[in-house]
Design a protein around this ligand. Structure first.
Ligand SMILES: NC(=O)c1ccc[n+]([C@@H]2O[C@H](COP(=O)([O-])OP(=O)(O)OC[C@H]3O[C@@H](n4cnc5c(N)ncnc54)[C@H](OP(=O)(O)O)[C@@H]3O)[C@@H](O)[C@H]2O)c1
Length: 256
């Protein structure tokens, strides 16, 4: 299996690192040259990882081509390249629809969209794939869990939800800051909250329960969890999340 990456940034670093650490068998990973520092860092990980002289050279030496540039430039970057029918393209770019991508990578035989997240570097997390695709599934199954969805609307909604990363850390920063106001050193607050998050994430993998059932289970009547959850609910904190996601989703779909 020969893989290529157009765009050697944060997410390519995570995927390539995960692939090198995984048990997946591959012959070669070709990287586009832009961001030379990152490309050199990845090439130093494994002899099978090489930096190409151009984006076209990545295509010429790969069957599976992953596209990982920012949405603003993806059309221009792909338009300059000559794809062949042997290519299978997997794009990580939000908002560019399969229909539009098909025109840009024609005559590539197969095309899928995927949402890997940085934890794939350590074989963790869950990569979304649309449409269901055997090659993308076997690639990302080597890097953690996968979820295949049946419609582009559903896939775009998953892309929208990834906009919650910064706000999730913001919630933690508020909690850490509150702890420092109670006299804790920031380092101790951060260490505690980081482990606390690992525990919460771990619990979600140990049960098939819905999140609503997990909330119910944690809310002892009259207990502290019930108090905080009820207070935030009555202040409308969760409703704001839904409203903000609607607006992010509209932006994601706008680009399609
Ligand atoms: N980061 C994530 O967690 C994540 C998750 C899922 C999907 N995505 C999506 O994946 C894509 C890449 O995200 P990222 O976070 O990896 O972005 P990033 O760190 O900005 O990486 C993009 C890379 O593309 C390079 N580039 C710019 N012009 C290029 C060209 N003409 N040809 C080839 N490469 C070029 C940039 O090089 P320079 O540094 O030299 O400008 C940069 O290193 C985005 O569409 C993003 O939405 C990201």
């Amino acid at each position: 299996m020969r893989l290529g990456f157009i765009g050697t940034g944060v997410i390519t670093k995570a995927v390539v690192t995960g692939l090198v650490r995984s048990s997946l068998s591959f012959d070669r990973i070709a990287l586009s040259p832009r961001n030379a520092e990152m490309a050199a860092e990845l090439a130093a990980l494994d002899a099978r990882v090489e930096v190409c002289a151009s984006n076209q050279e990545v295509l010429d030496s790969s069957e599976i081509v992953c596209v990982a540039v920012v949405p603003q430039i993806v059309a221009d970057v792909l338009r300059e390249l000559h794809f062949e029918s042997r290519h299978q393209v997997i794009t990580f770019v939000p908002g560019t629809s399969i229909e539009k991508l098909n025109r840009l990578v024609c005559p590539a035989s197969k095309l899928a969209r995927a949402i890997p997240l940085p934890a794939v570097a350590d074989g963790k997390g869950c990569t979304a794939i649309y449409p269901p695709d055997g090659v993308a599934k076997s690639l990302f199954s080597a890097l953690g869990e996968t979820v295949e969805v049946e419609s582009e609307h559903q896939f775009d909604a998953l892309h929208a939800v990834t906009a919650t990363m910064a706000s999730s850390y913001a919630v933690l920063e508020h909690q850490a800051s509150w702890l420092t106001q109670q006299g804790l050193p920031y380092g101790a607050a951060r260490a505690f909250l980081s482990g606390y998050c690992v525990g919460l994430a771990h619990e979600t993998t140990q049960t098939e329960q819905s999140f609503a059932e997990m909330i119910e289970y944690l809310m002892t009547p009259g207990g502290l969890n019930e108090q905080l959850h009820s207070e935030l609910s009555s202040l409308g904190a969760y409703r704001h999340y839904g409203d903000a996601l609607d607006r992010v989703f509209a932006r994601v779909q706008d680009r399609a």
